[in-house]
Design a protein around this ligand. Structure first.
Ligand SMILES: Nc1ncnc2c1ncn2[C@@H]1O[C@H](COP(=O)(O)OP(=O)(O)OP(=O)(O)O)[C@@H](O)[C@H]1O
Ligand SMILES: [Mg+2]
Length: 227
């Protein structure tokens, strides 16, 4: 089932001196239950595309629809809190919150009752294989791979079906990177999420269902992997 539809999406960065056309007309439909890789040279437009899909900004031209509804017409804060989850290369955990508190954070923004949020946070931590001994530690006291798993659990907390990851394994060794990809793949294939990963890592690319190559702000090639 389709979840996100892009129609001739264009995005230009402007500053005082120059403009950069980062996306020059991208059309594509993403489906639930699949894991996608977005690949392309540095500067090709991968992060720009992910940030538009995440509702961090809106395209100047063209349209993005989430489950048939134009994202532009939605409350973007609400969209980010309840529909699109983002996993960052540098994790972006809150250093003064514990592992469980980090995972609870989006639920608190959405006013989920404290005790329910805590219960759910612990379930999510287990889902991404974080041992209980880590639950009350601060991010600075766990490994990079563990931090990335916390950020994935946090991304899942509002049961969002769209998971966007920008270089999620860029700061991890290959074993931890593979574990993360296996978790993301299960989310796509078992929990029917749509997982979209921008990456340079060929090891990840071959594990995804569909590979979208971006060249200079447009989709140059789409390849289905038979996984
Ligand atoms: N804040 C910004 N202001 C102006 N131009 C920008 C800005 N962010 C990105 N760009 C430009 O937009 C284009 C697309 O950048 P983007 O970050 O989407 O590329 P990318 O494919 O994610 O690259 P990388 O692999 O290096 O992360 C590039 O030409 C880049 O220089
Ligand atoms: Mg990028």
């Amino acid at each position: 089932m389709s979840i996100l539809e892009l129609k001739d999406v264009k995005y230009t960065y402007h500053n005082q001196y120059q403009s950069v056309d980062a996306l020059k007309g991208v059309s594509y439909t993403f489906k639930k239950g699949k894991m996608y890789a977005v690949v392309g040279k540095s500067g090709s437009g991968k992060s720009t595309m992910l940030s538009l899909l995440a509702g961090l900004d809106v395209p100047q031209d063209g349209e993005i629809k989430y489950e048939g509804k134009s994202v532009k017409s939605m409350d973007l804060n609400e969209y980010r809190r309840t529909k699109a989850a983002v996993i960052y290369q540098d994790f972006k955990l809150f250093p003064l919150l514990t592992v469980v508190e980090n995972i609870m954070y989006p639920m608190e923004l959405c006013k989920v009752k404290g005790s329910d949020a805590k219960e759910r946070a612990k379930e999510l931590a287990k889902k991404v294989a974080l041992p209980e001994a880590l639950f009350n530690r601060f991010p600075g006291m766990i490994s990079g791979g563990e931090q990335q798993r916390v950020s994935i659990a946090r991304a899942l907390s509002m049961d969002r079906k769209l998971i966007l990851a920008d270089e999620p394994t860029g700061n991890l060794d290959s074993e931890n990177g593979n574990n993360i990809i296996d978790i993301l793949k299960r989310l796509a294939h078992e929990d029917n999420c749509c997982v979209i990963i921008a990456t340079h890592d060929l090891g990840i690319v071959e594990k995804t269902d569909v590979v979208i190559s971006i060249v200079d702000g447009t989709i140059a090639e789409i390849k289905e992997n038979n996984v």
